[in-house]
Every structure is written in C-alpha cells, then in structure tokens.
Ligand binder design. Sequence first.
Ligand SMILES: Cc1cc2nc3c(=O)[nH]c(=O)nc-3n(C[C@H](O)[C@H](O)[C@H](O)COP(=O)(O)OP(=O)(O)OC[C@H]3O[C@@H](n4cnc5c(N)ncnc54)[C@H](O)[C@@H]3O)c2cc1C
Ligand code: SF4
Ligand code: SF4
Ligand code: SF4
Length: 396
Amino acid sequence: MKNIFDILNPRDCCGCGACVNSCPTGALSYSMDEYGFYRPQIDNSKCISCGKCSRTCPECNDLPINQPLDVYAAINKDFAVLTRSASGGIFYALAESVIAEGGCVFGAMLDGQFQVKHICVEKIENLPLLQKSKYVQSFIGNSYKIALDKLKNGQKVLFSGTPCQVAAMKSFARESCENLILVEVVCHGIPSQKMFNDYVKNLEKENGTLKEYIFCYKRKILNGMNKFLFYRTERIKHVKNWPQDSYHTFFMESKNYQECCYTCKFARAKRVADLTLCDYWSWENYHRSDFSIGSTVSGICVNTVQGKTALEKILPKLNIAKSSFESLSRHNGCLIMPTTRPLLRNSFMDEWLSKGYPFIENRYKKDSRFRILRSHLLMLLPENLKIWVHGLRHGN
Ligand SMILES: Cc1cc2nc3c(=O)[nH]c(=O)nc-3n(C[C@H](O)[C@H](O)[C@H](O)COP(=O)(O)OP(=O)(O)OC[C@H]3O[C@@H](n4cnc5c(N)ncnc54)[C@H](O)[C@@H]3O)c2cc1C
Ligand code: SF4
Ligand code: SF4
Ligand code: SF4
C-alpha cells in the first residue's frame, strides 16, 4: 500500500501529525518545512508500505461531518475565568467538567521557551495553561497516541485544537470515540513557530529578554473588556492593540499562514467536532438584551448529540441564549469558507526568509498606519456609538 508521500501533495499538508502517530515502524517523524511549519519526514528503509498513514491523514480522507444541531451565544458567569480566556470562557467550563468526572483534557499551551505545543491536563489547577489563543501552529507530538491509550483505558478525553487537529484525532481514534469529546476553535489560519521565534528575537533585540507573552490579554475598558497583546521583557512591559504589533498585524491580515489554510477543507458549515467554539462578533446586533454591553461573547455550534450532552452539563456555569447559524456566521467567515489568500502572501513569506524579520517588519508596517489610527479612534468612542459604527461596517 502507498505511504502518505505517494498520495498527498505537500501543499495540502496541515502538519497535524496524524500520520506520524499512526506509523507502526517509526518510519515517520516530524520535521519543519522551509517556513517552519511542522511536516512529516520519512525514513524509507523503515517503511513497510502498510498504508496506515494514508488511511489516517484527515486531508486525504473524508470524515463524518455534521451540520450544527443548535447554535448559542454564551459567556461564562465567572469573571476570573472570562479574564483568563480569549473569548467567552466556554472551553474552560467544558474542560473543568470533564476533569471533574475523572477525565483529561488535551489542548495547546505556550511553554517557558515560547514554543506552542499540545499537552494533556488532568488537574483543574493546570487548565489555565490551555486557556487563551496562541497564534502559532501547535506541535502535536504523540498526543493522539496518548489520548487513544487513555480512551482504551476507559478514561474520558476532551481533545481541543484547530479543526484540522480535531479531525486528525477523530480519524486516529476511529471507532474508539465513545468517551471522546472533540472541541474545536474556529480557525482562520496559523503562522509557524519559526516566524514567531524570529519575531521574539527581534523584540528581544530592542527590549531585552522576553519574560512573559500573552496573545489575547483582556483588559477592562470603559464598559467592557477588550483584547490586547501583552508582553514583559527584562526592561519593559507593553500592552498593545493588535495593529501596533507587526506579528499580530501579519496574522490578522492573513499574510503568514501555511499554504493549506487558504483552501482549508474544515472551514465549512458542516463540522467534524462535537462542539465548535468561536468569537460571537457583532452579538450586539442579535442579543443586546441577553448580555451586558462590552461582553466578550462566544458562539457555540453544537454539532452532535455528544456535544449536546457535554454542553448540558455546563449550563449552570453559563449565561446562554439560543442563536442561529446564520447570525453567527454572518460575521465569522471561517465558519463557512477558508480565508482568502492575500496577493502578497508569497512575496511576504519569501522576503522574510531571504531578508529577515526586521526587513518585513519595516516593509509591511506602513500598511497598518491607517488601522492603528482607526483602532485608537474607535477606542475613544462611547459604547453605543461603537456599536453603531460596528453595525455600519458589517452592513446592519
Ligand atoms: C489560531 C487561532 C485562530 C482563531 N481564529 C478564530 C476566528 O477566525 N474566528 C473566531 O471566532 N475564533 C477564532 N479563534 C478562536 C477564539 O479566539 C477562541 O479561542 C475560542 O472562541 C474559544 O474561546 P474560549 O474563551 O471558550 O476558550 P479559550 O480559553 O480562549 O481557548 C482555549 C482553547 O484554544 C485552544 N488553542 C489555543 N491556541 C491554540 C493553537 N495554537 N492551536 C490549537 N488550539 C489552540 C486550546 O487548546 C483551547 O481549546 C482562533 C483561535 C486560534 C488558536
Ligand atoms: S510504515 Fe506504514 S504508516 Fe509508516 S510510513 Fe510506511 S506506509 Fe506509512
Ligand atoms: S496526516 Fe497530517 S501531517 Fe500527516 S500528511 Fe496528512 S495532513 Fe500532513
Ligand atoms: S485554517 Fe484549517 S488547515 Fe489551517 S490550521 Fe486552521 S484548521 Fe488547520
């Protein structure tokens, strides 16, 4: 049978690592491509052509997908949980409930060397490691294998990650899904660890050694909370709005994703995961009476009966209102289709490789001046006016 290198165009690889986890002989291991995205590599002398890698790859195989059964707008009632979350703190409530039942939770953390990787958490006090978005491709390692061992031992497992990682977990577990809850975050694309490392190096050159970095730092402003970028070095402490930072600007402008994100097969209404979590942008247009002004409300798509059961268990922890897929997806394109590839994406990535991070920071920062000004002006507006401007921009 054919191995994964015989059938998958490298452009379509999302680096999920399902093939590496499935190989029985150790012929597959991880490497990075030139841009620093995780990719499998093969030692042909160890390959026995069993085809397990090709049968497990979520990019080569079609998995069962489901149209959302129900859609909700929701927010965690616990203010401390909300502050530690990127959005409405729904992930924490789900994870806490699974651990309380003796289960474990897989998700992405940022370690002390500023590397993003998947880990397994079995204690509630360690859950904050997995909270908040990290805008870097997460290294999966042997997570699917470890999760499957736990499932086979009868333990409940919540596996969370990007939709491609969640699809990889489902494909790897095959029929052992009875105790598995798959929770995906809506994802518009992912930059590489290599680009993040370069950005950190650049930041350290100007400010001294990096001590702490938070991609989605929530701070109270006026009547509500807003997301910022926070970092602390040995010399300075910075709280920035995203257009003030090169890495976050490149991420928001979709310039630095891996190739397959622009044709992502998981960015569609029908989903592999049991539950899909996202930001409910413009919730004010549909749920103004359900939440207080300035709340960071999440959207939840319940795609399976297993997802419905998991959500029912955490209802007492949430303020929740029934919503519709149409309202939620109207302001969240990646629930329906992949991110559009910017025309400059290739030259941007190639200039980074050939000329270095400081070069692209200077060359492309100019494009963001208008956004910086606009975000400062928006911050100064009273909340009601902000909602009106938001409505105008989204055609409401
Ligand atoms: C790369 C990325 C892109 C995103 N793009 C969108 C978007 O376009 N639209 C949208 O509505 N929401 C997007 N989100 C998701 C959103 O910001 C929230 O994370 C989500 O709504 C869950 O919020 P929460 O408050 O319930 O949980 P939080 O505590 O904020 O999130 C924790 C969850 O995020 C997962 N996670 C964090 N970083 C990574 C990573 N690098 N790789 C895999 N999993 C990760 C953790 O495993 C955990 O499951 C994105 C998240 C990421 C990581
Ligand atoms: S041994 Fe099997 S799983 Fe491993 S690379 Fe070869 S075909 Fe793929
Ligand atoms: S399983 Fe994942 S990492 Fe392996 S080839 Fe397929 S997409 Fe790439
Ligand atoms: S956009 Fe799609 S392929 Fe890219 S990281 Fe997100 S889920 Fe994976």
